[in-house]
Design a protein around this ligand. Structure first.
Ligand code: 9PG
Length: 474
C-alpha cells in the first residue's frame, strides 16, 4: 500500500474528496473537520461505498480515485489513478500532530498511482483528469439539451404527458434535442418490456411520435436492478448478487421496499443485458439514462469469484454498450465514476436536484448529503468540476417553474447559473404548460450553452453564490 508522510501543519490544509458514485458526496473541506458517515445503516449501499466508508474520525478523509490537499495559496498535493477499468483506487488522508499521512489502497489489479506536489492544485487536477480520460478512451461528445420526465411527474408519468410536453416544446421552439422518459413506464423493476398500469400505453409507442416532433427519444432504465416482486427475480433467482449468507443481497430501499442487483459475472446476465439494450434501441431509443448502476459494483458473493467488483461492474456496462450500439448516447447515473470512463457519454456527477434548497435534517443530523436537494446537487457536481475530460458532466436539471416548487427567485437563478458553469448536459423537467414568461426566459437561458468548462469561471460564479447564500457551509 503506497504511503506518503507530509511534514505540514494540517490546520493549513483543505482536502478535496470525491465519493464512490454519482450521488456520493464530493467536497472541499478543512482537513481537520470530520467526513460525514450516514447514521442510517441502510443508506450505506445506496449512496456510499460499503467497502470503503468514511471513518467518522476528525482529520481523516477518504476519497475514490482522486484526492487533493490544498494550501491557502492554491498549492498542495494531488493524488490520482492511471487507470480505473478494473480497479477501485481508494485514498485516505490522515492528520496527526504536525504531519499528514496519505495512503492509497487498490482493490483490483495493480494500476499506476499518481502523487504530485504542485504549485497549482487546480491545474494538476485538470492535467491528471485529462491523462486518465485519455488512458481510458473517454467519450466526450457534444453536450445535449434534455427534457426529462422525473422531476415533475415522478412515477406518475404517462405517454400523454410526454407527448403534450414535446408538442408544447416544439411549438415554442425550445431547443431540446432529447425527450427522455424516466421511471414509471415499466411494469416492475426488471420487467422493462411490460408497461405499468398507469402509463397509458407502451414505451415502444413513444419514439415514433417524438421523432416526428423532431426530438431524439430517451429512456430511463435501472438495468442492473430487480424488485423481489418482478418476473425477472422470480424466473432467475440465480442471477442475483448474493451476500455471505448465500441469499440475494438487498442493495437499497426504494420503490416501497428492498431491491436486488444482477450478478454481472454470470454469462446469462451479460447476454440478457445486451439483449435489453438492443431491444430498447430497436424501439427507437438512442439516448439511454442508465441508473442505479452502483448495484453491480457492491461487495458481494458472485457467480465467478475470480472477477473483482470493479471489473464485474465494467463488464455489465460493456454488455449494455454492446447492445445499444457505439452510436447510442449513454448517460450513467448512480454510477461508479472513473470505472465508467470510455463506456458512457455523460455522467451524473451529483445527487438529484429537488424543488427545494436543502434538507438539513437529513444532511446535517443524519450525516447524509446524498439525498435530493438543489444544494446537494450543486455542492457535489461543482466539487467534481475537473472530471469533464472523463465524460460530459450532468449536473441534473434546472427548475425554472414557480409553481410546484419551494425555490426562491434567487435559488432558481443560482441553480441555473451554476449548471451553466459546470457545463455538460443541460436538462429541464418542468411541465412546459406551467412556465410563465419569466420561467420560459430562464429555461431558454439554461439551454444556452455559454460558458466553457473552466475553473476560473467556476471560481467566480461559485464565490458569488456563496456570498448570496450565507446559510452555513455551502
Ligand atoms: C428515478 C430516479 C430519477 C433520478 C435518479 C434516481 O437513494 N435513493 O433512494 C434514490 C432514489 C432515487 C434517485 C436517487 C436516489 O433518483 O437520480 O434522476 O431517474 O432515480 O427513480
Amino acid at each position: 500500500m503506497p504511503e506518503w508522510t507530509l511534514n505540514v501543519n494540517p490546520a493549513e490544509l483543505r482536502v478535496l474528496v470525491s465519493g464512490f458514485q454519482s450521488w456520493s458526496e464530493a467536497e472541499l473541506r478543512p482537513l481537520q473537520d470530520t467526513q460525514a458517515v450516514p447514521l442510517m445503516r441502510w443508506r450505506h449501499e445506496q449512496g456510499h461505498d460499503p467497502g470503503f466508508l468514511p471513518s467518522g474520525q476528525a482529520g481523516v478523509w477518504r476519497s475514490h480515485t482522486v484526492l487533493a490537499l490544498v494550501r491557502p495559496d492554491g498549492s498542495g498535493w494531488v493524488g490520482g489513478a492511471g487507470d480505473a477499468t478494473q480497479t477501485f483506487v481508494g485514498w485516505e488522508a490522515r492528520a496527526s500532530g504536525d504531519q499528514v499521512t496519505v495512503t492509497c489502497t487498490l482493490e483490483g489489479p495493480e494500476v499506476p498511482v499518481l502523487w504530485e506536489e504542485t504549485s497549482d492544485v487546480t491545474a494538476t487536477l485538470e492535467a491528471q483528469a485529462v491523462r486518465l480520460g485519455r488512458a481510458m478512451h473517454a467519450r466526450t461528445p457534444a453536450p445535449l439539451r434534455v427534457w426529462c420526465s422525473w422531476y415533475s411527474y415522478y412515477r406518475a408519468v404517462t405517454l400523454d404527458a410526454m407527448l403534450d410536453n414535446a408538442r408544447r416544446a416544439r411549438d415554442l421552439g425550445l431547443p431540446f434535442e432529447v425527450f427522455q422518459l424516466d421511471d414509471g413506464f415499466q411494469a416492475d423493476l426488471g420487467d422493462w418490456t411490460e408497461p405499468s398500469a398507469h402509463f397509458g400505453g407502451h414505451a415502444r409507442d413513444l419514439p415514433g411520435p417524438l421523432g416526428d416532433l423532431g426530438f431524439t427519444p430517451g429512456l430511463w432504465l435501472a438495468p442492473f436492478l430487480a424488485a423481489p416482486s418482478s418476473r425477472l427475480f422470480a424466473e432467475h433467482p440465480d442471477w442475483m448478487l448474493r451476500g455471505e449468507d448465500g441469499q440475494p443481497l438487498p442493495v437499497g430501499h426504494n420503490w416501497g421496499g428492498a431491491y436486488y442487483a444482477l450478478d454481472t459475472t454470470h454469462p446469462e446476465v451479460l447476454a440478457w443485458l445486451r439483449d435489453l439494450a438492443a431491444t430498447v434501441r430497436g424501439w427507437g431509443y438512442t439516448y439511454l439514462k442508465l441508473d442505479f448502476l452502483y448495484g453491480a459494483a457492491l461487495p458481494g458473493v458472485r457467480h465467478n469469484p475470480q472477477v473483482g467488483r470493479a471489473q464485474a461492474y465494467r463488464q455489465g456496462l460493456q454488455a449494455l454498450r454492446d447492445g445499444a450500439g457505439q452510436d447510442a448516447f449513454l448517460l450513467g447515473c448512480g454510477a461508479p465514476l472513473a470505472q465508467s470512463i470510455g463506456l458512457v457519454d455523460a455522467m451524473r456527477t451529483g445527487p438529484d436536484v429537488a424543488p427545494f434548497w436543502d434538507e438539513e435534517s437529513r444532511r446535517v443530523w443524519l450525516g447524509d448529503a446524498t439525498g435530493p436537494s438543489a444544494r446537494n446537487a450543486l455542492h457535489t457536481a461543482l466539487s467534481r468540476w475537473y472530471q469533464h475530460p472523463w465524460y460530459q458532466p450532468d449536473p441534473d436539471v434546472a427548475i425554472c417553474r414557480r409553481e410546484l416548487s419551494l425555490l426562491s427567485h434567487e435559488e432558481r437563478e443560482a441553480v441555473a447559473g451554476m449548471l451553466d458553469v459546470i457545463g455538460g448536459l443541460r436538462a429541464s423537467s418542468d411541465p412546459i404548460a406551467l412556465l410563465d414568461d419569466e420561467g420560459l426566459a430562464l429555461l431558454r437561458r439554461c439551454l444556452t450553452i455559454s460558458t466553457p468548462d473552466r475553473p476560473a469561471a467556476l471560481t467566480q460564479s461559485f464565490g458569488g453564490a456563496v456570498t448570496h447564500f450565507s446559510r452555513g457551509t455551502f
